[in-house]
Design a protein around this ligand. Structure first.
Ligand code: SF4
Ligand code: SF4
Length: 151
């Protein structure tokens, strides 16, 4: 569903969110945290490691049609590779993590929103997030450009 700005503002005005810091979105279930070029560069700078080591030790390729794009590895229990009682790269965490739950797929679909609410108890909880911040996250994530996986 493509939303016009007016519809988006209405939906996001009613979209309460206040993170409980439970980390359910970082662990337990399988998922994929995709990286943009900027995310990738921020994390290698934060970890002070080179591109190849980061790709091999912390990333995995995921096929999208004929392309291979970069996602973070998961541990065998499906926790994010960077989760260790907290996000260990919090200051450099990817946009996908920062923008959650204001992803177009969630904001634009009641079905996906209901599904997501079962996992994230912060959705629907009153908070003090400004509408502009929600709109920014929505557009930043909607316009996300996936980084290609190349060694
Ligand atoms: S699952 Fe929701 S409430 Fe819990 S840490 Fe993630 S965003 Fe916050
Ligand atoms: S990078 Fe950090 S915030 Fe994102 S899923 Fe992994 S542990 Fe969670």
């Amino acid at each position: 569903m493509a939303l016009c700005k007016k519809e988006l503002i209405k939906i996001l005005n009613d979209f309460d969110f206040n993170c409980l810091r439970c980390s359910n979105c970082c662990r337990i279930d399988p998922g994929a945290v995709f990286l943009s070029e900027d995310d990738f560069n921020e994390i290698i700078k934060f970890l002070k490691i080179d591109t190849k080591s980061f790709l091999i030790d912390y990333c995995r390729p995921i096929f999208r049609g004929t392309r291979q794009i970069v996602a973070l590895k998961e541990k065998t229990n499906y926790d994010c590779i960077f989760w260790d009682n907290k996000c260990t790269i919090y200051e450099a965490r990817p946009l996908q993590c920062k923008a959650y739950p204001f992803w177009a797929s969630i904001v634009e679909s009641d079905i996906d929103l209901k599904k997501e609410m079962k996992r994230c108890k912060g959705i629907g909880r009153k908070g003090n997030m400004k509408i502009d911040e929600k709109i920014n996250f929505y557009y930043q994530h909607k316009n996300f450009v996936y980084k290609e996986y190349k060694i």
